[in-house]
Design a binder for this molecule. Structure first.
Ligand SMILES: Cc1cc2nc3c(=O)[nH]c(=O)nc-3n(C[C@H](O)[C@H](O)[C@H](O)COP(=O)(O)OP(=O)(O)OC[C@H]3O[C@@H](n4cnc5c(N)ncnc54)[C@H](O)[C@@H]3O)c2cc1C
Ligand SMILES: NC(=O)c1ccc[n+]([C@@H]2O[C@H](COP(=O)([O-])OP(=O)(O)OC[C@H]3O[C@@H](n4cnc5c(N)ncnc54)[C@H](O)[C@@H]3O)[C@@H](O)[C@H]2O)c1
Length: 446
């Protein structure tokens, strides 16, 4: 039996930031990874997605500027794009593992299974620690219906060598909306089937629907209020049948119906760790599970905050600091922005625009009139751009939502204003951003 002070199960963003936070301590720490070191973000998520999205955004922007001075709009060469993506990310897991080792963390390949609250088994060998951190993230959900065996998931899309002619996405969450944007821009005919009445329910309706309208103009079809009930295979084509009787043909079907906590290989039945109804790990305000000395961080935990890299990083940094310094302070989350890398992008932060519209405590200011002047977004011909701001009774900016080609960078400029509760006067007396900048759009400019 090998003994450590702390064992990390999973080696994604949560584990990485935990390791950074513990750097320089005398604790003996082991990171165990069953698949690829680095976890979802650099291997199956944000980073390869943003690589593909960068090309797509440039192409779609150039198409919008045709006849405004761009002579020939560009198009996507999917095969070269994918070949480049694969070459760029090939060495990522090895580089990530080296990152752990450089931080003084021992690494181990294999799936960890609990034997009891303080012992895990990996490849037949046992490892023990007083403190164990579960950072196993989430994985794509697999729906179960006749023909569901023909579906692919987001990991497959990010590795797709040849572009399908027709693609059907099941679900219209962030994963689906981003990947539909990619495949459609590259030339696939994309349809999206969604149970609910609109996509990305966690985001402001007005801004999501603004993006949906743009996606529709580019030929993406949406089928709301219905789920997929059956897929039939006819030679190399599939017939996708929905609960509303819609029939769609496709040569590629993506199950993008959501992500579930990665707990199935953990042997949690051998511990006191408890799961929520959704199957995520329940933790208290100290990120400790029901089993004393067993903690959890990142996407795997049940929480109100969005399951994103910044959330995982914040939790892991907090936990690393608590565990190596024997602290006992509850976690207090900061303002965390959320976004979808669609075209146009959708982003939001702070108090929800939808909730604020029905609440007397807040005032929602829709800044759309600013954009009709063809000024703020003119260089990108972003005519449909929409930005809404939420102010509280003290006239402090407390929330924002935007749909535009620049929504993510814009809101990254707004997040400090909200997080620091800064007033217009404080901002203008402290710094002036390069013009034109988001503070102009928010009328925060002095
Ligand atoms: C397509 C896609 C795009 C995304 N884009 C963004 C984005 O743009 N911005 C953003 O902020 N977030 C994005 N996310 C979310 C982001 O990837 C996650 O929030 C983040 O990776 C969570 O980190 P984590 O460490 O909690 O889990 P993960 O990164 O999932 O890492 C968990 C690791 O644990 C391993 N593991 C599981 N079980 C075991 C076991 N029993 N033993 C050993 N190892 C195990 C897994 O193999 C995995 O490597 C995206 C996600 C997806 C799927
Ligand atoms: N840009 C980013 O930051 C980014 C990108 C991708 C993923 N993520 C993270 O991953 C999480 C998961 O995203 P997701 O899109 O996988 O999940 P999701 O839960 O947000 O969306 C899944 C969608 O599928 C629908 N659905 C479920 N079953 C269905 C069925 N049978 N038929 C039709 N529709 C069905 C749901 O109603 C929902 O709208 C996000 O919430 C986010 O935390 C973030």
């Amino acid at each position: 039996m090998k003994k450590f002070d702390i064992i990390l199960i999973g080696a994604g963003p949560a584990a990485i930031n935990f390791s950074i936070a513990t750097q320089g301590s005398d604790k003996k720490i082991l990171a165990i990874e069953g698949d690829k070191f680095g976890g979802t973000c650099p291997n199956y998520g944000c980073e390869p997605k943003i690589f593909l999205e960068g090309a797509v955004r440039n192409v779609l922007s150039s198409q919008l500027l045709q006849n405004r001075g761009i002579a020939q709009a560009s198009t996507i060469d999917w095969n070269t794009l994918m070949k480049t993506k694969k070459a760029t990310w090939k060495n990522m897991p090895a580089a990530q593992e080296m990152g752990f080792e450089n931080l003084g963390i021992d690494t181990l390949h294999g799936y960890a299974k609990f034997v009891d609250n303080h012992t895990v088994e990996v490849n037949g060998e046992q490892y023990q620690a007083d403190k164990i951190v579960i950072a196993t993230g989430q994985k794509p959900r697999k729906l179960n219906f006749p023909g569901s065996e023909y579906t692919h998931n987001s990991n497959d899309v990010l590795d797709l060598d040849n572009l399908p002619k027709k693609t059907v996405f099941i679900g219209a969450g962030i994963v689906s909306m981003e990947m539909a944007t990619l495949l459609a821009a590259a030339g696939s005919k994309v349809s999206i089937v969604e149970f609910l009445s609109r996509p990305m329910m966690a985001f402001s309706e007005k801004h999501v629907m603004n993006t949906v309208e743009d996606m529709k103009k580019r030929g993406i079809d949406f089928y709301f209020n219905q789920g997929v009930s059956e897929i039939k295979k006819n030679d190399d084509q599939y017939e996708v049948i929905t609960s509303a009787g819609t029939k769609l043909t496709a040569d590629y079907v993506v199950d993008a119906s959501g992500r579930i906590a990665n707990v199935d290989k953990l042997g949690l039945e051998n511990t006191d760790v408890q799961l929520s109804k959704r199957g995520s790990i329940i933790v208290d305000d100290y990120l400790e599970t029901n089993a004393k000395g067993v903690y959890a961080a990142g996407d795997v935990i049940e929480k109100k905050q969005p399951a994103l890299v910044p959330t995982a990083h914040f939790e892991a940094t907090y936990l690393g600091d608590q565990l190596v310094n024997d602290k006992h302070d509850p976690i207090h989350y900061p303002i965390i922005g959320a976004s979808a890398f669609t075209f146009p992008q959708v982003a939001q932060v702070g108090v929800s625009v939808d909730e604020a519209r029905d609440n007397d405590e807040y005032t929602v200011v829709d800044m759309d009139h600013m954009f009709n002047t063809d000024m703020e977004y003119a260089g990108k011909n972003d005519q449909s751009a929409k930005l809404s701001l939420v102010y509280n009774k003290q006239n402090q900016l407390v929330g924002a939502a935007e749909s535009s080609q620049n929504a993510i960078d814009d809101l990254n400029g707004i997040i400090p204003l909200i997080g620091l509760k800064i007033t217009k006067e404080q901002l203008n007396n402290s710094y002036q951003l390069i013009f034109p900048a988001v503070n102009f759009k928010t009328e925060f400019m002095g």
